[in-house]
Design a protein around this ligand. Structure first.
Ligand code: KIV
Ligand code: ZN
Length: 520
């Protein structure tokens, strides 16, 4: 039997990025979009163009560069939003305008303050207006799962009649239950007389931990597009995790016997690592498909069975999701060509200057560390690609830290400012990292609050590189800073200086990532 295509609509860059603390800059969004294109997702929702100039620009750049996937931009049911989205998508190979409008009673009464008839009128007008710019228009009745069923039927019918090519049924507050959601999709299929003229999509939030189950139940009931995010990031408890949906459909192809996705699953883990590293949202160890332990077998009984025959305890091959052990790739004597080859193999394209810088850093790392793994190369590339080299206000020059049990740690830090001057000072603190951060604050004059501090080892072994991620707040602004190195104390210093530079950059040019219109 011919399987129908299950459209994978990725909203990591819109709903995922919208959640507090996950904000990404344009360069980072573009890199994630490139990885999503490698994964062969069908639709990339790149942002909410009217929300801020930064959002508009990132949707525009993604639309200009990415080929293969459709690029969607989100809009309220307002002409000015639709015009902004259409403009941002002008150069897209396959543009899609995605319009949302609240339909549930609680939203109608307390958010949009509109009667049912007004909602229908607004939705229809918005769809007709969007169709002037684009043939591919999606409509989302927000909070659909708490909307009166018959009103949902009416709205769906009218927007399809007006030209919506996809109708997305969002479980905005993560309220529904799989069986109930499947029934809702069946109800729409039975009662919306023109439903065959549109694709039914679903968009589930994870407040009750059911986003993936609800999405899969809807697929069984006839939905043919699923909206999801890498690692399940998103508002509150997140969205349905793309990797889980894709691997459920693939692993249980016997059960999901009439659908298939186009996803190149071997890119799943690299994409998951990129999203986690750029957003600073770490993946829990035991997370399905992409967690560090997802394919680890600890128990003796499991190991015994697994060694005899893999499928005793393994339902997926880790290689299918790009999850092989990080390969030992290079050493001290590897040359520039070998590095270039590896960079291309793991899916990056670097300019000559970027490659030169990565190569220099690689040589330094190879002096510090005996074995260089594929994950080390990923880290070096990210460090180069996402460092705001021209825009830094401070560079960490030297760092000295004294620590002895029972004594207060002391740190001396020297930073070089943009004008080439060295600023040196010492400070104490509760721990060595605190002492370093206090010294940096003394130099910059900023009063910062450290909201979060995490260290992750990038590869195995005692000499593995540690990646330090800090979340720092100054007044109302919050930024993420990163530092990588074999010496985690030094990496902690780099991470903090990286965050300070972002804060200083933001205060000069106004909020780069802050939304002027808050997201849905
Ligand atoms: O959760 C939601 O309802 C949304 C819509 C904009 C689709 O994100
Ligand atoms: Zn959502």
């Amino acid at each position: 039997m011919q399987r129908e295509k299950l459209i994978i609509f990725d909203t990591t860059l819109r709903d995922g990025e919208q959640c507090p603390g996950a904000s990404l800059n344009i360069k980072e969004k573009l890199e994630i979009a490139r990885q999503l294109a490698l994964l062969k997702v069908d639709v990339i929702e790149a942002g909410f163009p009217v929300a801020s100039p930064g959002d508009f620009e990132s949707v525009k750049q993604i639309a200009e560069e990415i080929r293969g996937a459709s690029i969607a931009g989100l809009s309220r049911a307002l002409e000015k939003d639709i015009e902004a989205t259409a403009k941002a998508l002008e150069k897209a190979e396959k543009p899609r305008i995605h319009i949302f409008l609240s339909t549930s009673k609680v939203h109608r009464d307390h958010m949009v303050e509109k009667a049912k008839e007004e909602i229908i009128e607004m939705g229809v007008k918005a769809i007709s207006f969007a169709r002037k710019f684009c043939d591919d228009v999606e409509f989302s009745p927000m909070d659909a799962t708490r909307t009166e069923k018959d009103f949902l039927v009416e709205v769906t019918r009218e927007v399809i009649q007006a030209g919506a090519t996809t109708v997305n049924i969002p479980d905005t507050v993560g309220y529904t239950i799989p069986e109930e959601f499947a029934q809702l999709i069946s109800y729409l299929k039975q009662n919306v007389n023109n439903i065959d003229q549109a694709i039914i999509s679903v968009h589930c939030h994870n407040d009750l931990g059911l986003a993936v189950s609800n999405s899969l139940a809807a697929v069984q009931a006839g939905a043919r597009q699923v909206e999801c995010t890498i690692n399940g990031i998103g508002e509150r408890a997140g969205n349905a995790a793309m990797e889980e949906i894709v691997m459920a459909v693939r692993t249980r192809r016997d059960f999901f016997s009439n659908v298939q996705t186009n996803i190149e699953t071997r890119h799943i883990q690299p994409c998951s690592k990129l999203v986690s590293s750029l957003t600073g949202f770490f993946v829990q160890r035991n997370k399905a498909i992409v967690g560090k332990n997802a394919f680890a077998h600890e128990s003796g009984i499991h190991q015994h069975g697994f060694l005899k025959r893999k499928d005793t305890f393994e339902i997926m091959d880790p290689a299918d999701v790009g999850g092989e052990e990080s390969e030992l790739v290079m050493g001290k004597h590897s040359g520039r060509n070998a590095l270039l080859h590896k960079v291309q193999e793991i899916g990056y394209s670097l300019s000559k200057e970027e490659l030169d810088r990565v190569f220099d850093e690689f040589k330094l790392l190879a002096d510090e560390k005996k074995e260089i793994f594929e994950d080390d190369i990923h880290t070096l590339i990210q460090k180069q690609k996402f460092s705001e080299d021209q825009q830094v206000t401070y560079k960490l020059s030297t760092l000295k830290c004294e620590f002895e049990s029972g004594k207060e740690p002391q740190a001396t830090v020297a930073l070089i400012s943009r004008d080439g001057k060295e600023h040196k000072t010492s400070s104490s603190g509760d721990g060595p990292v605190d002492a370093i951060y206090n010294a940096i604050d003394k130099i910059t004059g900023l009063t910062c609050k450290l909201l979060d501090y995490q260290v992750m080892s990038k590869t195995k072994g005692q000499d593995a590189q540690g990646e330090v991620t800090v979340r720092v707040q100054n007044e109302k602004r919050e930024v993420l800073g990163k530092g990588v190195g074999v010496n985690t104390i030094e990496a902690s210093g780099y991470a903090y200086v990286n965050a300070i530079n972002k804060l200083l950059l933001k205060s000069k040019s106004g909020p780069v990532e802050g939304n002027e219109v808050s997201g849905p």
